[in-house]
Design a protein around this ligand. Structure first.
Ligand code: SF4
Length: 217
């Protein structure tokens, strides 16, 4: 479509055949966002969910999260050593039983990654591919890059005070040795793996691959 094909004047949406066209909200003026329009038009009630209010998000979490992104290269190095250690302990995990060690490992994983990355325990960690910025903190939970709503200052359109996790992911990935992993397409989140240990999953998978590779052809 060329610029001359575009309709001029106010924007309208076509309704069912024969129906009068519906007027859409006017083009966002400066400072007016989709989020503020939704907020303004939402029915007023006494119930305001505290956990999901952007205003009540803990600022400190952003600080720690942003620190992790800034130190993505060091964390990449540390995570590689940590994964090696976990793999080394595979015989122990297997001896005790992966099912039995899951609870204590998950307890530690949830707290450590929760503090460092604001981890949501999706169970399919992609931090090493996303510059140490957890994509599950994106309100839309996008796993393959930002939406079109990133603000000019690099913040989220849904949570205006929060830096877009994908803007940060790109910055973090540029510091990492294997930062180009951010270009790989991620699979959709498997919700059945929520609240499970990504550490144990990665370890068990690596152990299985290692055993398979050592089998005679
Ligand atoms: S990608 Fe998943 S497992 Fe990794 S930090 Fe984010 S929520 Fe946690």
């Amino acid at each position: 479509m060329t610029s001359t094909d575009r309709p001029t004047g106010s924007t309208t949406a076509k309704g069912p055949a024969g129906a009068a066209p519906q007027a859409l909200p006017p083009t966002a003026a400066a400072g007016v966002t989709q989020a503020s329009i939704v907020k303004k038009t939402a029915p007023k009630t006494d119930y305001k969910p505290s956990d999901v209010s952007p205003q009540r998000r803990v600022q400190r979490r952003y600080s720690v999260r942003l620190w992790s992104v800034r130190h993505s290269r060091a964390l990449e190095w540390f995570y590689a050593r940590f994964a090696d250690l976990f793999l080394l302990l595979h015989p122990l995990w297997k001896g005790i039983g992966y099912g039995r060690v899951e609870a204590p490992v998950k307890f530690v994983e949830k707290r450590v990654k929760g503090f460092m990355f604001d981890c949501r325990m999706c169970g399919q960690c992609v931090l090493s591919s996303t510059g140490m910025s957890c994509p599950m903190n994106c309100p839309k939970q996008l796993r393959n890059g930002p939406c079109g709503g990133v603000r000019a200052n690099g913040n989220c359109e849904v949570e205006p005070d929060m830096p877009c996790v994908w803007v940060k992911a790109w910055e973090g990935s540029r510091n990492m040795v294997k930062g180009d992993a951010i270009l790989a397409v991620q699979k959709p989140v498997d919700q059945s793996l929520r609240e499970t240990s990504a550490w144990l999953r990665v370890t068990a998978r690596a152990a299985a691959q290692r055993e398979k590779a050592s089998e005679p052809a």
